[in-house]
Design a protein around this ligand. Structure first.
Ligand SMILES: [Zn+2]
Length: 240
């Protein structure tokens, strides 16, 4: 019962980590959304900047044009016409770039929608997983409570001094205060168990308690108790 309880407790204790692990599955999808949105912000900023640039060149061309009536010489007039043409060409060149930028923005907007849909899908999957983890947690908590009650029931039937000893050894060897003696060895630490102790362990008349001399665990044997064996066979339960 203690081993069952320990296993259940370990599961129950792992709940926060399992929840965190489930959440961390969203990290990639969240990062993709953040990155796409960042790209969009940058692209929108770039478009704004280009639009302002184009506007400035257009203003410049307009200003030059308004000056053309007050120019005195033919040469100066020609030079001003060239300035106007250059400013208008620049404005037009930048406007082409604005158009390109707008197409790039549409592409990025599609990407944002796509990664947002991916994130939503991942969130739903993780929510379902967390719900399942919680359901399992409640089930295990219930089983752990039942196991503890059953353990107390069993413990009540064990002599107090034996139970004290068991508790003490449990502190040193959590989950395995007892060890099977088999093939003349303590199966927990490997130390040799003396033959006469093995014999006493399998005797149904001897009530003495033996501990491994090395690890201190309480020894038990699963080998059939010789006196009981013929009776079991006679009952037709042989071969078990
Ligand atoms: Zn041992």
């Amino acid at each position: 019962m203690d081993q069952i309880i320990a296993t259940l407790r370990a599961h129950l204790d792992a709940l926060p980590k399992r929840m965190r692990d489930a959440d961390s599955k969203l990290n990639g999808a969240r990062a993709a959304v953040a990155s796409a949105k960042e790209s969009l912000t940058q692209a929108l900023g770039q478009r704004k900047k280009l639009e302002l640039d184009a506007e400035q060149w257009k203003e410049r061309a307009k200003k030059y044009r308004s000056q053309s009536s007050s120019v005195k010489t033919n040469e100066a007039y020609k030079a001003l016409q060239q300035e106007i043409a250059a400013a208008e060409a620049e404005a037009s060149r930048i406007e082409d770039r604005v158009l390109e930028q707008m197409m790039a923005i549409e592409e990025i907007e599609r990407r944002v929608k796509h990664v947002e849909a991916d994130l939503k899908e991942a969130e739903q999957a993780v929510a379902a997983e967390k719900k399942q983890i919680e359901a399992q947690y409640h089930d295990e908590k219930k089983r752990s409570g039942a196991a503890s009650a059953e353990r107390d029931e069993v413990a009540r039937k064990v002599a107090e001094d034996v139970l004290d000893l068991y508790t003490r050894i449990s502190k040193k060897h959590p989950g395995s205060p007892m060890a099977e003696a088999r093939g003349d060895q303590c199966r927990a630490c490997g130390l040799r168990v003396l033959p006469h102790i093995l014999q006493l362990l399998t005797s149904d008349t001897d009530q003495e308690l033996f501990r491994c001399e090395s690890c201190g665990r309480i020894l038990y044997s699963l080998e059939p108790i010789p006196h009981a064996a013929p009776k079991v066979a006679a009952d037709g339960a042989a071969g078990t």
